[in-house]
Write a protein that binds this ligand. Structure first.
Ligand code: NAD
Length: 260
């Protein structure tokens, strides 16, 4: 089958949580498409894995930069968006950073609940807010793509705190899309299913056992867990002019898991 080859030359893309997993692959793919990619993540030094990411982006004609950012801090997100001005301003904001801590609702520590919601919900809210303010009144307004989850719509075992944060991402995306449409700013989300990344290391032992036994994999109609490569092109599609008439959408990339 053929592949879509998007062109993001002259575009500046910010990817939060871009140092690992899905975010790293999304950064690479925008780089492949010629974009300037600003990878934003917690570490003050790019992780070892970022070095090849940056090299690969540059080999493919893109430009790469790393800005240390904690998405729970709105001032840091403001500085991140300001850093993009050096490259002409943010055209595509990917709010992808995320955190998971599994645990039963019967036992969960309130601090864990707050930590998850601070990154997954507030981080996306602030990221959308600061990017949208920067994109206002531009001839060619920008695009926002958030990382939601299968959990935005479907409850997973021992994940009430995570599922509720991802449910918030769905409604932040839809509410922002509604409000920002008159400014020409589109806001969408990608909802990955089960994707093999460092993220799944945050699962509880029981969740791991269930995954191993096939309990979590079995319902995937396409019969396997996904990879970051499976997910990344959805971000490029939603950010591209090909998706000009798409806003407020949650695009599942989950092997059909949400069908259940
Ligand atoms: P990952 O752990 O490989 O990457 C997450 C990245 O986010 C890490 O680099 C981490 O340092 C960064 N991050 C965490 N807190 C941050 C903060 N406060 N500020 C800035 N960066 C921060 O995980 P992943 O699987 O690539 O997850 C990426 C996104 O995809 C998350 O939003 C996650 O909820 C979502 N998601 C993942 C899966 C999956 O199965 N892997 C499924 C659905 C949704």
């Amino acid at each position: 089958m053929g592949r879509i080859r998007p062109d993001f030359a002259d575009e500046t893309v910010i990817v939060t949580g871009g140092a690992s997993g899905i975010g790293r692959e999304v950064s690479l793919r925008f780089g492949d498409a010629g974009a300037t990619v600003i990878v934003a993540d917690l570490d003050d030094e790019p992780k070892d894995a970022d070095v090849p990411t940056h090299e690969a982006i540059e080999e493919n004609g893109g430009t790469a930069a790393f800005v240390e950012t904690d998405v729970t801090d709105r001032e840091q997100l403001r500085s991140l968006v300001e850093a993009a001005r050096e490259f002409g301003g943010v055209d595509v904001m990917v709010n992808n950073a995320g955190l998971i801590v599994n645990g039963s609702i019967l036992e969960l520590d309130p601090e864990d609940f707050d930590a998850i919601h601070a990154v997954n919900a507030k981080g996306v809210y602030f990221g959308t807010q600061v990017a949208a303010n920067d994109m206002l009144d531009r001839e060619d307004p920008g695009v926002i793509v958030n990382t939601a989850s299968i959990s935005s719509n479907t409850a997973q075992f021992e994940q009430v705190q995570y599922d509720s944060s991802k449910g918030a991402v769905r409604m932040i995306t839809r509410g922002a899309a509604l409000e920002l449409a008159e400014h020409g700013i589109r806001v969408n989300a990608v909802a990955p299913g089960q994707i093999a990344t460092e993220f799944t290391e945050g699962w509880s032992e029981e969740a791991h056992e269930r995954a191993q036994s096939g309990d979590l994999i079995k319902p995937v109609p396409l019969g396997r867990a996904g990879t970051p490569e499976d997910v990344a092109s959805a971000y490029l599609y939603l950010a591209s002019d090909d998706a000009d008439y798409v806003t407020g959408e949650l695009l599942h990339v989950d092997g059909g898991w949400q069908i259940f």
